[in-house]
Design a protein around this ligand. Sequence first.
Ligand SMILES: *Cc1c(COP(=O)(O)O)cnc(C)c1O
Length: 325
Amino acid sequence: MTETVLTLASIYRARRAIAPFVRRTPLVPALSLTSAKSEIHLKLETLQDIGSFKIRGAANRIASLTEAEKRSGVVAVSTGNHGRGVALAASRLGIEATVFMSTLVPEAKVRRIRDLGANVRIGGASQDEAEVEAEAFIRETGAVMIHPFDDPSVIAGQGTIGLELIEDLPEIDTAIVPLSGGGLIGGIALALKSVSRDIRVIGVSMERGPAMVLSQRAGKPVPVEEEKSLADSLGGGIGLANRYTFDLVKRHVDEMVLVSEEQIAAGMRHAFREEQLVLEGGAAVGIAAVISGVVPDPGKRCAIVLSGRNVDPDTFIEVVTGHGP
Ligand SMILES: *Cc1c(COP(=O)(O)O)cnc(C)c1O
């Protein structure tokens, strides 16, 4: 059954549903970031099989389909982590997945999704046009669209990270989480705030096109212009007809901050040089916010969510050798 009301119980149900398909990732102390005042830990969602947390939400949504829906298959419009999450979750559940992409998408990205067992349909000159093609396919086949964030089952799946944080760091007082559409932070915040309203939840977006931050400031979902960023997995809007994540973020997220391209690059460099971790830009924003002082006080016991490792190798080398932004 698909969730319509989101509660802590939905997150516990998600945990049971996705356990066979998802790793329980470690939370490790980051000595390079820890000071006398702040003990900092890193949640390694980089260790999921697809290299990002998106498998959690996708697996929960797909596992909750009816038998008839499962026979019709699922659809995603994504070239990145969401597409990979849907592809792998569907394949592990024995369900057909079709991922739509525009003609602009590089061959390497197409292959990375095809290799996970999904059908790839290339069509349209932009992401929006690929979406139109996906809608037509859904009308023809009855397949189910899996949304990357604005869906209660997806949010509950991402929220299972919050349960793991509480178990591994019971005294947690601050969580720092990358923020784009808000499914990740919405689910985590719901879990943490159900335990204690006093746990601070801080979202970090990039300065280039921070859709949720601009929408919260405006008091309603607003469109953003897409800009190229090192944090490409944080790009995109929150949907003008946003149903869940706008309200979740408004209710449960205490602070939202922005980091620049230079700060993201510094976050990636720090993760690699000091913690031997390979992060994509979107996953480095939490470390970026702490080392730059954008979050001046990360609390006594803080967890930073490292959301993914899917970075283009040439970009990564440029950044960590100091030739990036
Ligand atoms: C999708 C994604 C995010 C943001 O998640 P939202 O639910 O859209 O806020 C952060 N980091 C990575 C690596 C992602 O793939």
